[in-house]
Design a protein around this ligand. Structure first.
Ligand code: HEM
Ligand code: HEM
Length: 201
């Protein structure tokens, strides 16, 4: 693989991919839950009232909250911080239209992704699986959870647009490739993780 091609650490790809799949899965099943029980703001009527959809959605939520997201957050904070908002990001945003401006915007949208996910999982924890089957829509937490869905869809669109603008298709593909360089082998992860924590102490 030529070195000029963008390359993402394999651990990042694994954690990012796991989160992306689960979160997109939650967004789709969440929409189907809305589409089968609520429909107040329009509907595609793909499914009829279906209790098991709520359970399936809850299962996606469970794996995001207790497995995928905590690991990804630790990674982003410890090893991926240079791709998130940093002290100089807001200075860079004043260089309107320059390449650094686009990088700053990309870092902001990367960070926005995390904020949007936290918004939907925290509001998700306040949901009650019996509300929708009882047509009990008047809960602030439910309204917040619906808004969080819109925020996630918009943030994801921006995240993809910014990544495409900054690095084009090669950058997008570099995040979903399944091959890795020998120095990035999972056999070396244990040592790398230990180093990562040592460096940040
Ligand atoms: C990206 C969008 C979404 C994410 C990330 C998300 C995430 C979550 C999470 C983390 C939970 C808690 C699961 C648990 O307690 O273990 C949850 C529960 C729930 N969500 Fe969502 N959600 C999303 C969109 C939606 C939408 C659009 C609806 C539409 C009505 C919805 C309806 C529900 C319901 C009814 C529950 C309760 C399920 C249960 O307690 O088993 N969600 N969601
Ligand atoms: C809902 C799902 C997603 C979430 C929560 C998410 C979140 C993130 C975060 C937090 C980062 C920065 C990682 C770091 O700090 O090292 C990132 C980077 C990136 N993501 Fe996503 N992402 C999602 C979906 C996607 C999808 C579907 C693609 C398409 C291939 C994608 C492409 C990328 C790329 C190319 C980067 C690297 C950007 C850079 O170099 O700054 N993401 N993502």
């Amino acid at each position: 693989m030529p070195r000029s091609q963008p390359y993402q650490p394999f651990l990042l790809r694994l954690l990012h991919g796991m989160n992306a799949l689960l979160i997109i899965g939650a967004a789709i099943t969440g929409f189907l839950v809305y589409d089968s029980w609520d429909r107040r703001f329009g509907a595609l009527s793909i499914t009829t009232r279906n209790r098991s959809l709520i359970d399936i959605h809850g299962t996606f939520g469970f794996f995001i909250v207790y497995v995928a997201l905590p690991l990804f957050l630790i990674y982003c904070w410890q090893a991926g911080r240079k791709r998130l908002v940093q002290a100089d990001t807001f200075q860079q945003i004043s260089n309107f239209g320059t390449p650094i401006w686009w990088y700053a915007l990309q870092r902001i949208t990367n960070t926005l992704m995390i904020v949007a996910v936290l918004f939907s999982v925290i509001s998700g924890k306040f949901q009650d699986e019996s509300w929708l089957p009882l047509s009990d829509f008047n809960h602030v937490a439910y309204a917040v959870h619906l808004i969080a869905w819109v925020v996630i869809v918009l943030a994801l669109a921006l995240h993809l647009l910014m990544s495409a603008k900054v690095g084009g298709l090669p950058l997008l593909l570099s995040m979903v490739k399944t091959t890795y360089r020998p120095e990035d082998s999972p056999a070396l992860w244990r040592d790398k993780v230990m180093n990562m924590f040592r460096k940040n102490q």
